[in-house]
Design a protein around this ligand. Sequence first.
Ligand code: KG4
Ligand code: ZN
Length: 343
Amino acid sequence: MNGRTSHGLLLCIETSCDDTSAALVRDRDVLASIVSSQHELHAEFGGIVPEVASRRHTELLNDVVAEALATAGVGLDDLEGVAVTIGPGLIGALLVGLAAAKTFAWQRRLPLVPVDHLQGHIAANYAADGRSVATPPFLCLVVSGGHTLLARVDAGVEYRIVGRTVDDAAGEAFDKGARLLGLPYPGGRELDRLAGDGDPSSVDFPLALPGELDFSFSGLKTALLYHLRGLSDSEVASRRADIAAAYQDAIVRQLVGKVVRCAEREGMRNVAVAGGVAANSGLRRALGEACAERGLALHLPAPALCTDNAAMVGLAAACLPAIPWPEYLALDAYAAAALAERA
Ligand code: KG4
Ligand code: ZN
């Protein structure tokens, strides 16, 4: 759909992975956004346990919705619609959010807007939060725990994939690297923090060269593994920040290089980023410099809108059609990237 649709005040729900989130959004205004992270719960397993995530969503969701309503100063009777992520993600986790969304909407005979998770991430660039708002057409680097792709966004949240990872996602590369460095789960943010104290030129990690606009990170992870194996425990301990900085730099160089090449090839002058890895300080800095050098306009969403949140679901909903009451009762969630795969 081209342009925007006004659905009025939306209760928005996002439970695709390990963050339980609810938001109140009216068009491009985010009135409240609450994220209850399950990171500590999954840390002891070193990764997300899907069944544990689903159960935790059921425990947290009502409180998270109540807190979002209270923060926005509105009640359930003020709602004009409900928006919810229906995929891709962990199927059990998605179904918790979808069941809750249907219940809130059905009870009050409200319309429901189903939202694709990647379209949600892209729509984070549309928040009216005092920053400039991205204007299509733009090239969007989508970098999360499950996806790494270059998308041409021509209108609203409609996109066409022009490049993607051939193996791991950038977020996986961060999380696996962090794990090898002994950092707690989820490692991306911890590695980012540690890298801030290190020297990126301390280790010469290889730059992968897959197809022109594609990405590859699995070789980098192996290079880190072998580098660490060649060091004693005390050497690893004393050089951890330098190694983290060099590893992050290798990921960032690949991402920025492909963005620049893609912008040139597609003739795009506007660039945006989306997804959890878009919160990375090294990526934000390097992309800022690369775009400035080439006269490209860069839009960076606030870091809290890059990692999973329900506000982005409402921002995407503003570009999507609603399903009227009660036609959405049979609506299902999907685990795999139905929309992303169509390109
Ligand atoms: O978008 P997101 O919250 O969830 C998915 O849809 O996957 O992305 C999560 C990913 C994780 O791999 C996490 O480690 C990474 O984003 N991440 C970061 C940072 N913050 C989150 N990676 C690097 N630096 C960060 N500051
Ligand atoms: Zn995500």
